[in-house]
Design a protein around this ligand. Structure first.
Ligand code: NZQ
Ligand code: ZN
Length: 388
């Protein structure tokens, strides 16, 4: 295993179908004013809002509502959240929802006590917070992003046509997160599968880098196999607790910084997907699915050994009597078959992208250098065009 690193994960998790009870244990640790952050209303329809509110009131909290966090939260909404937090002197930002609510809470957290505009400071200049942060906690209702146990916060600026993530320090990770797999049962199938592909791709982004023998890769393979297995159960039987709980737990471990230890990591599918998202506002996991195969087929020759290992260890391809290229190809074909079975969008045109957007999306794509091939702008345009 190569690389020098430190490892700490600061988030306490409560997992299982009784996990919300532990909110009673956590709340007394924080001050009276709680900003209750949620999205477009799913938590009201499925009853989670009522359950959470009851516990907050029983613990004597002043609840300040911050509703309407949209999928792919915007910088305008972020500024509104900061204003709410300041006006009410909030002591805890409690996100109840998916990655969007949780990311948004973190972005508010680092901006409440800071004079600069959050977009310029964190998403253009990539500075670190130098002000007091407000603690964040999360009650998760959608499995996918891993935001419940990491310090990432992705914000979209429609005016600038940019969608950018900032990974903050450990102190911005949720102080605690509550993961009840049953809370994900009410997700529409499209969101469930988008989340499943997001999880899978988080693992790929870390796995497809480096040539050394690395424990992180073995863990990644186990996570991928578990996810594939559970996903195939969940698409036929969405209320299968065992499958949904495994998916939820895999999501957390896919992006809680463990499997990136000792890895350079790739993240180019996410850079492409986020740029597509900036232009289309499409569902995050779907943007990743739509660019993945053209991307992986482009980089495969540069990371052939790992793609061969992926085929054999993750997809069970029999390598006997086949060339390395043929084995690697078979692995990607198996992945493609699984993605189609889940019903993912396989083209960015299905998400609203049009040929005239390609140059702009390419401009919005940040190029990273941790993967098997450092892309040129031409490579970006080629992959986007093949994804149309
Ligand atoms: O807004 P409501 O009404 O709550 O509906 C949401 C939303 O429409 C709905 N939903 C969530 N839980 C539900 C439910 N509907 C019914 N029942 C439930 N239990 O699902 C829709 C999508 O929710 P959202 O939070 O947007 O999804 P997701 O968890 O995929 O989060 C996406 C955001 O996270 C960012 C993405 O870029 C995107 O902005 N990411 C964050 C990362 C991180 N923090 O590390 C990494 C990821 O790669 C990703 O970039
Ligand atoms: Zn993602």
């Amino acid at each position: 295993m190569l690389g020098n690193f430190s490892y700490l994960n600061a988030t306490k998790l409560y997992f299982g179908d009784n996990s919300l009870e532990y909110l009673n244990e956590e709340l007394p640790k924080y001050g009276k004013n709680v900003q209750l952050i949620y999205g477009g209303g799913s938590v009201k329809r499925n009853g989670i809002y009522d359950e959470v509110m009851k516990i907050l009131l029983a613990n004597g909290k002043n609840v300040v509502e911050d509703a309407g966090v949209m999928p792919n939260p915007t910088v305008d909404k972020l500024r509104e959240g900061v204003r709410i937090a300041r006006e009410n002197k909030v002591d805890l930002l409690l996100a109840v929802g998916g990655g969007s609510c949780c990311d948004y809470a973190k972005a508010v957290s680092v901006s409440v006590n800071c004079d600069d505009d959050p977009w310029d400071k964190y998403y253009i200049r990539f500075e670190e917070p130098d002000c007091e942060i407000v603690p964040v906690a999360c009650i998760l209702t959608m499995a996918g992003t891993g935001s419940e146990m990491n310090a990432g916060a992705v914000i979209t600026n429609h005016e600038a046509k940019l969608k950018i993530g900032h990974v903050f320090g450990e102190n911005v990770m949720p102080k605690f997160s509550i993961l009840n797999p049953k809370f994900t049962f009410s997700l529409p199938k499209r969101q469930m599968v988008a989340g499943i592909y997001d999880i899978f791709n988080h693992i790929c982004e870390q796995y497809f880098s480096g040539e050394d023998d690395n424990t992180s890769d073995y863990i990644a393979e186990g996570l991928m196999r578990s996810l594939i297995h559970s996903s195939l159960i969940a698409i036929d039987d969405p209320e299968n607790y065992e499958a949904r709980s495994n998916i939820m737990w895999t999501a957390t471990w896919a992006l809680n910084t463990l499997i990136s230890r000792g890895k350079t990591t790739d993240w180019m599918v996410h850079m492409l997907g986020q740029a597509v998202g900036a232009y289309t506002d499409a569902t995050h996991g779907m943007t990743l699915a739509a660019v993945s195969l053209p991307y992986y087929r482009t980089i495969m020759p540069y990371g052939l050994n790992k793609f061969k290992r992926f085929a054999v260890e993750v997809w069970g391809v029999d390598p006997v009597g086949k060339s390395d290229e043929a084995i690697a190809d078979e692995g990607l074909l198996a992945m493609e078959g699984w993605m189609k079975k889940l019903g993912l969008n396989m083209k960015i045109s299905e998400l609203g992208a049009t040929p005239d957007m390609i140059e702009g999306i390419a401009d919005a794509t940040i190029i990273l250098d941790g993967g098997y091939k450092v892309f040129t702008r031409d490579d970006v345009v080629k992959v986007l065009t093949e994804s149309l």
